[in-house]
Design a protein around this ligand. Structure first.
Ligand code: C2E
Ligand code: CA
Ligand code: CA
Ligand code: CA
Length: 282
């Protein structure tokens, strides 16, 4: 940071410095994790309230091993992974682990033959012309059913390179893979995407769910969004439900699938069978 005493400049360079520091820390984390099989697959269940709390899917959430005991969250490395392109290698390893879980007999015995795994795709991956082939290679390697794979994308990721992204999405769906629009309602997603993108599922963002009970406008918008998605025949997942009151509210609005701390936090995949039943209570 400069010591000039000019407030604005001082602040600006501090922020740049902080960002650069975080990026290089993120890159260190990533390289260390790649060197020691430290890409970890955490899972968070997605629950169907219509089916009495049955676990119908898991979202695979990436974590990196950090030292002996530590675990790094995406906030510490996803940006660096994107800017360095290392996201490809990280994601390849995460997808490999997620697909392994999908066909693991211990998991299918507990959660059924048709539970789904949700995997996040970044901007970089969506514009990669090898995306579909790489994905199908991994799916075949595990003998997995592509209809049990749901890829989560964001509008901003599509907009980075819309033509290639769109082509990728169409091809993925031709293989039977389904597509979810993530973080809907977070400010970066617009209604036009609901008309234009090939989609199967909408995930309503956590920020939109917060304080729902106390904000009548949010409630009206939420009710309409859920209704709209049903008319468009999209599955709707409401994310980030933490409180019973919120759960009741969104269920009254017709929400069918819920993901949130109210059921379970993301956990290491090896803990799932010890901790989660086939149906969950709030
Ligand atoms: P996301 O895709 O929106 O994932 C959901 C995030 O919300 C997760 O954070 C999850 O822990 C958190 N969450 C779930 N339920 C609740 C709740 O009830 N309350 C609160 N406060 N939070 C909840 P996480 O695991 O830290 O991931 C953050 C973001 O990192 C993800 O947001 C996603 O954008 C990105 N990410 C995670 N794994 C991957 C990956 O494998 N590839 C890519 N490209 N991005 C990933
Ligand atoms: Ca997601
Ligand atoms: Ca989300
Ligand atoms: Ca997000």
């Amino acid at each position: 940071a400069s010591g000039t005493g000019v407030g604005g400049i001082h602040y600006y360079s501090d922020e740049l410095y902080e960002r650069a520091r975080r990026a290089s820390r993120g890159e260190q984390l990533i390289r260390a994790a790649l060197a020691c099989d430290g890409v970890l697959c955490f899972l968070q269940p997605i629950v169907s309230v219509r089916e009495g709390g049955r676990v119908v899917a898991f979202e695979a959430l990436m974590r990196l091993r950090d030292g002996e005991e530590g675990i790094a969250l995406p906030g510490a490395f996803i940006e660096a992974a994107e800017s360095t392109g290392l996201i490809h290698q990280l994601s390849q390893q995460l997808i490999d682990k997620a697909l392994h879980i999908l066909v693991d007999p211990a998991f299918t015995d507990r959660f059924g033959q048709d539970f789904v795994i949700n995997i996040n795709l970044s901007r970089h991956q969506l514009k990669d012309v090898m995306l579909v082939d790489d994905m199908m290679t991994l799916i075949h390697k595990h003998g997995a059913d592509p209809r049990r794979v749901n890829l989560e994308i964001t509008e901003s990721a599509v907009l980075a390179e819309p033509a290639i992204a769109l082509r990728n999405l169409v091809r993925l769906r031709e293989h039977g893979i389904s597509i979810a629009l993530d973080d809907f309602g977070s400010g970066y997603s617009s209604l036009s995407q609901l008309c234009e993108l090939p989609l199967d599922c909408i995930k309503i963002d956590r920020r939109f769910v917060m304080d729902l009970e106390h904000e009548p406008r949010k409630r009206h918008v939420m009710t309409s969004v859920i209704d709209l998605c049903r008319r468009l025949e999209f599955r709707v997942v409401v994310e980030g439900v933490e409180e019973c009151a919120t759960l009741r509210t969104v269920c009254d609005m017709g929400a069918e699938q819920i993901q949130g701390f109210i059921y379970a936090r993301p956990m290491p995949s090896q803990d799932v069978l010890g901790r989660l039943n086939a149906t969950l209570l709030p």
